[in-house]
Design a binder for this molecule. Structure first.
Ligand code: SAM
Length: 279
């Protein structure tokens, strides 16, 4: 019974599919629905080959027997979706530039200190976009900390390197910012130190306690909650609220409109952007 993505094409046994579903949920919170064999195939077959086996059933056997965290982390890394680009969802950056930051600059003129969190930073474009925007607004002499976190270790390594291909640079980054804040490094473009030193990356699972992270003036938690179930989304949003200053802002992905944001935030529209202010 062979189909394009059917059981023979992939050969994964139902009990192994269930095992991977549970494994991925336990390790990351990501919900892998039924009938997504093609996704497992695309994401994990290369990894299986690198581990010296050829099928996902064999990979499951290796995972079950794995002693250390290395293979587990590789599977989690492979199952995360890391799509991102510079200045993604420009309406958010416009709202920051035109309304939120001017207010924050007045409010924080005493301490001249601002803290931001890119809570699913992927390869770093979100955090660096914010840093460049702050520099463009003349805040280079303020004390600014941008924390970038992600579950996936591979993307964090890339984020820390701040080195991007031409294709990645072509996605969303205005050429003026490219020329001002990046330098050529072989075939890639590397972020300059004045931007890099504003951003710190570390691994963090959004399902963990966030007590030690805040307080932040704004948190970007964009395009990640869609992968979680409702109780996980609800808990993460509540925890993020605890990391924000009162009056601080939460940015969610613009397609994430039905998230359980609740009473603790006030929903605000700033031009084309929807943003959530912590009460
Ligand atoms: C689609 S990217 C979003 C990147 C960026 N925020 C944006 O909007 O362009 C989603 C990121 O969430 C990360 N992620 C998935 N599960 C996570 C978890 N439990 N804790 C932290 N990050 C997670 C993935 O590794 C991935 O890099």
């Amino acid at each position: 019974m062979a189909t394009a993505f059917g059981s023979e094409a992939i050969g994964i046994l139902p009990e192994n599919y269930k095992y991977l579903q549970e494994f991925i949920y336990r390790e990351s919170g990501i919900v892998l629905e039924a009938e997504k064999q093609y996704l497992l195939d695309a994401r994990l077959l290369g990894l299986a080959r690198d581990a010296g086996v050829t099928t996902l059933n064999d990979l499951c056997a290796l995972l079950r027997a794995a002693r250390g965290p290395a293979l587990r982390q590789k599977v989690v890394d492979a199952m995360t979706t890391n799509e991102t680009y510079f200045m993604r969802e420009p309406a958010h950056y416009d709202a920051l530039r035109n309304v939120i930051l001017p207010d924050l600059i007045k409010l924080k003129d005493g301490s001249r200190r601002l803290r931001f969190w890119s809570a699913a930073s992927s390869t770093g474009q979100e955090a660096y976009s914010l840093a460049m925007m702050l520099l463009e607004m003349g805040l280079g002499n303020w004390s600014i900390e941008i924390l970038g976190t992600d579950l996936c270790t591979q993307v964090l390594e890339r984020a820390g390197n701040g080195s991007y291909t031409q294709l990645e640079m072509n996605r969303g980054l205005p050429s003026t910012l490219l020329l001002k804040y990046f330098r050529r490094s072989g075939l890639n473009w590397e972020i300059k130190d004045e931007v890099r030193r504003m951003v710190r990356f570390q691994q963090f699972d959004l399902r963990s306690s966030m007590r030690s992270l805040g307080p932040f003036d704004a948190v970007f938690c964009r395009n990640v909650l869609i992968y979680f179930d409702l109780p996980t989304k609800t808990k993460i949003i509540q925890e993020i609220h605890g990391t924000l200053f009162r009056g601080g802002y939460l940015f969610l992905g613009s397609t994430e409109t039905s998230l359980p944001v609740g009473e603790q935030f006030e929903r605000k529209s700033i031009a084309d952007a929807t943003i959530y202010e912590a009460k």
